[in-house]
Design a protein around this ligand. Sequence first.
Ligand code: ZN
Ligand code: ZN
Length: 454
Amino acid sequence: MIQNPSIEQYLNCSFECGCGRTHKSLFAHYIFETGAIAKLPALLEQLGYKRPYLISDTHTHKIAGIKVEEVLGKAGIPFASHVLKSPENGDLAADEHALGSVAMANDKDADIIISIGTGTINDLGRYFSYITGRPFLLVATAPSMDGLVSGVAPLIFHNMKITFPAQEPLALICEPEILAKAPLKMLAAGAADILGKYNCLLDWKLSHIVNDEYYCDTIAGIMGTAVDRTMESTKGLASQDSKAVSVLTEALVLSGIAMDFSGNSRPASGAEHHQSHYWEMQFLFDGIPAVLHGTKVGIGTVLMLELYNTLAEMEKPDFAAIRAKVADRLSTEAWEKEMHRCYGDGAEGIIALEKKAGKNNVEGLQKRLAVIEERWEEIRELAKTAPKAAEISHVLEEMGAAKIPADVGIPRQYVYDSIRYGKELRDRYTILQLMWDIDRLEEEAVKLVEKYCN
Ligand SMILES: [Zn+2]
Ligand SMILES: [Zn+2]
């Protein structure tokens, strides 16, 4: 059993766990130190690569790309460098246009792809290296999201966000001075993405209780410790303190490792992420510039923790009455109509997922209701361990991060729909599905919109 939260022991490791599985992480080189970029030539030599293709954007090129080029140049390592043009307002999107640009500037003789950036540039490099059969290395410029170490790439294709298979970086290079100088809104977004784990770990445990889904205490413990440490560091982030930045970056890296261990994104993504994904899709449909991922996750976390806080105080529902009313739920036809209203072009995919997963079918619902009734006290005890939504909201405010939907322009209707139908995005049991199971989701959605969207 691993208890020390230090990250070194989780690099390139494999261990037999009390949960009965062997957990593995292939991610091996995490270099977080002053002068880390200067170590790049030696690292490339050690790994056996001779000719990198560098990808950055106008901003990240200035922040770290120029330094990478100088270091490689001095060491006599040949390289190609492609700087994507950042838009005047908003951020570069990881879409087919940007990917096309990376492909058209490709150096086919390069034997490794190095991304210099954190969000879009990281996703593009991770995916492009994967489809061209070359390894990937990341020089991070901001601790703003939890995909630093991740084996998948969320990309925008035909205005839809789709998660494509990709690969983890062989190495992650971070200079604390560069990360600490990232704009405060990026540091706050990274921290908010980590605070979201409070909710997602509850969702995971909840599904373990209701559906007997696989759950691992060790993985949840690693993530839980990382979240607690980040929570303690949020004040330091506001003053761009490098120790706080180190704690946050480590938590973001650990999210990736925890996903390696569990073999899916369970330890890092629950209903709070579904809220974020839902709003992001609506912004894409509407052509509104994107908001940082972690910023939206922070807002989603406050809303989802409200649901846990409500659950903690809830009287045991009248299960016989719920069962008697099962037939009154939305008909398939009415539900599909709602999916078309909410998801537009994406509705067919959502409907196909429901056909496969059957989240809303009567047999599954009845089975879950039986377990929820039997284990009601245990579920309430779990809900009581949730942090108070107001506490997380306060921490977000102290960091200068968005805490309510209006702070980033998310309209009332989108909030209602994301609470009511965000659960349809994935086949993943969360607090939203539990509220739906006990026939409270509609009522709670109305209450939350009243409280947070006025
Ligand atoms: Zn385990
Ligand atoms: Zn995230």
